[in-house]
Design a protein around this ligand. Structure first.
Ligand code: SF4
Ligand code: SF4
Length: 389
């Protein structure tokens, strides 16, 4: 029996592509603003470190959080909240976080789309060497996660292109992470020739989600009866998966970006469905549910006070705020004067305890010498915790 083959609706595909790009750019812009506000606190207040907004931080800090009850430096509850939100998205749509939300992926896709239009000789197929190199990211995952669990230090920071990106907006701090910056530049420029080059070979969080992706409910399903074997899906796939050869995409490299579906010229030939096709979804739903879920979770926990965006205000005294400010939010860049204002401890008491010269009132506590040497920010934090009623 011949199956009727119908042309797919290009308008529908276009809507889905535009919607996905709106979401990707929205997240990139939001994260960029967070990075800028962290560097320039005078604008609207100092946002928390970029690590606190990265779900990978939740994975790295999981061991000490669960087994030692402590939070690694630079992480906040937000990292764990986002980490669990991503896990739930993964249960539904496999690696949709990579394809629909991740801003580092967006940066690479922006350059990738320029490369697709301007460079003829691009890497568009997956060779044996490519498959072997893709295993590298699992080593990166293992090394940094186990290393961080063992040492209690966020070892990835020096190499993290996303941390480097968060610092490029400040001339003073731009080169603070030279290795991360080099990886960022190689990833962005390299994406002109190889789609999502960092995601494919080095991203530890992509590797982690890849390990979980087999338990994700929905995936890309191909209807072999209507497929005309045009291979447009293969050319569109940034992960270089040969979609036209399989009935259900089980490759853990699939980032659920929907590009294959939007490239398919035949109606209902590629669709998002559970393995037995008992349930189906659409590209628009994958994008919408991923972003709504992240925003809902972050919003709900912001309202309960568990998800924090800003450090306590330590430059303007708030009569009723000082005792509410969380001592765990004290960071090394804060000065004794700011801590006095933000936490209600008289400056002369902090000076007596930690300063060795009058200039120390305006020196970041991490740079204070003599009296607090060997103790650093933790020592100041504990002192203020004990001082307050
Ligand atoms: S198979 Fe489709 S959804 Fe998966 S990465 Fe490739 S283009 Fe994106
Ligand atoms: S785009 Fe892929 S799935 Fe769609 S008709 Fe062409 S080969 Fe078949």
């Amino acid at each position: 029996m011949s199956v009727k083959v119908q042309k797919s609706d290009p308008k529908m595909h276009k809507r889905s592509i535009v919607f996905r790009w709106i979401v990707l750019l929205f997240v990139l812009l939001l994260m960029t603003l967070i990075s800028i506000f962290h560097q320039y606190p005078d604008l609207v207040g100092r946002t928390l470190s970029i690590d606190s907004f990265c779900p990978m931080g939740g994975l790295e800090g999981l061991f000490s959080w669960i087994f030692q009850g402590s939070m690694l430096q630079r992480l906040a509850l937000g990292s764990f909240i986002l980490f669990f939100a991503v896990l739930l998205i993964t249960l539904l749509y496999k690696r949709a976080f990579c394809g629909q939300i991740c801003p580092l992926g967006t940066l690479q896709e922006l350059l990738g789309s320029i490369g697709r239009k301007t460079i003829k000789k691009r890497v568009t197929t997956s060779s044996k060497t490519d498959r072997v190199f893709r295993l590298l990211k699992y080593l990166v995952l293992f090394g940094f996660v186990v290393g961080t669990w063992a040492t209690g230090i966020l070892l990835i920071r020096a190499f993290d292109p996303w941390v480097a990106y968060a610092h490029v907006f400040s001339l003073e701090e731009m080169f603070e992470f030279p290795i991360g910056l080099a990886i960022l530049l190689i990833s962005i420029v390299g994406a002109l020739w190889v789609d999502r080059i960092f995601c494919k070979y080095l991203c530890p969080f992509g590797a982690f989600l890849g390990l979980l992706s087999p338990i994700g409910m929905y995936g890309i399903h191909r209807n072999t009866e209507t497929c005309i074997d045009c291979k447009k899906c293969d050319h569109a796939c940034p992960a270089n998966i040969v979609v036209s050869q399989v009935e259900f995409v089980t490759d853990t490299e699939c980032i659920m970006c929907n590009e294959c579906i939007n490239a398919c010229p035949v109606e209902n030939t590629l669709e998002i469905a559970t393995k037995k096709r008992t349930l189906t979804s659409t590209p628009m739903k994958v994008t919408a549910i991923s972003i709504i879920f992240m925003l809902l979770v972050a919003g709900a926990f912001t309202m309960t006070g568990h998800f924090k965006w800003f450090f306590p205000n330590t430059s303007t005294p708030y009569e009723n705020q000082v005792l509410k400010n969380d001592v765990d939010d004290i960071r090394g860049f804060m000065t004794l004067r700011e801590l006095s204002i933000g936490y209600g401890v008289p400056l002369e008491i902090l000076m007596e305890e930690f300063a060795s010269s009058p200039d120390d009132a305006d020196t970041p506590v991490k740079d204070l010498g003599t009296k607090s040497e060997g103790h650093g920010t933790d020592f100041v934090r504990e002192f203020i915790r004990n001082y307050r009623p």
